[in-house]
Design a protein around this ligand. Structure first.
Ligand SMILES: [Zn+2]
Length: 215
């Protein structure tokens, strides 16, 4: 197995961040080392994403940026510090035809799951963006509409997940699909609940009336 793959498979950005001196809180947030950050605005997980400066990447990008070294040097450093062994892949056992077929079926199943995951998150993302516009308070002292609040709270996070699913690294995408699968199902239910309530659902109508009155 190649060095980069072996490292990315064995170490999460969170583990590396902790190892190299960052404090990561219970929510997986840390003070971003890449901009003047006063409150933890960087999410470190399998990958990292800073809600403040937008810095993002995988564990190797993280360590390379943190220490100002090349990607190769970062990978070697991680391999050393986390005792990762990398062979050259020649000792991998040959797969039988049956096993190969089974793997292909698994892969197709996974691909469908991933597409579904992306679709749900993308739908939700567009809803959130719409709410942020449509339900924005018009007066400074006006109580914030719950959908506007939800948009503010969730937009960056959903964008982060979508960003991860757009990665060309299969393992990163798979980590998101498995880690956040439950959450995606909850979002799906939320969207279908809203659709059932119709475009004139109670929640939406109240905000819309207010928005109309202000216009
Ligand atoms: Zn940052």
């Amino acid at each position: 197995m190649h060095l980069f793959e072996a490292v990315k498979q064995s170490v999460t950005t969170r583990q590396a961040a902790e190892r190299y001196g960052l404090n990561v809180n219970r929510n997986g947030m840390a003070v971003c080392p890449f901009h003047r950050d006063r409150h933890p605005s960087m999410k470190v997980d399998c990958r990292y994403y800073c809600f403040g400066c937008g810095a993002t990447g995988d564990v190797i990008d993280f360590v390379s940026l943190l220490h100002g070294i090349s990607a190769k040097e970062a990978a070697l450093m991680l391999a050393r510090d986390f005792s990762i062994l990398c062979g050259d892949g020649t000792d991998a056992p040959r797969q039988s035809a049956v096993k190969k077929l089974r793997l292909e079926a698994e892969e197709q199943k996974y691909r469908r799951m991933e597409q579904h995951c992306f679709q749900v998150l993308a739908d939700y993302y567009h809803l959130l963006r719409r709410w942020r516009e449509e339900h924005a308070p018009c007066q400074p002292d006006e109580a914030w509409h719950p959908l506007f609040v939800e948009a503010l709270q969730r937009l960056n996070y959903i964008e982060y997940l979508l960003d991860g699913l757009l990665s060309d690294d299969l393992r990163e995408r798979a980590a998101i699909v498995t880690e956040y699968g439950k959450e995606v199902r909850a979002i799906e239910q939320r969207i279908s609940g809203l659709a059932a309530a119709g475009p004139g659902g109670r929640e939406e109508r109240a905000g819309q009336r207010r928005a109309d009155a202000e216009r």
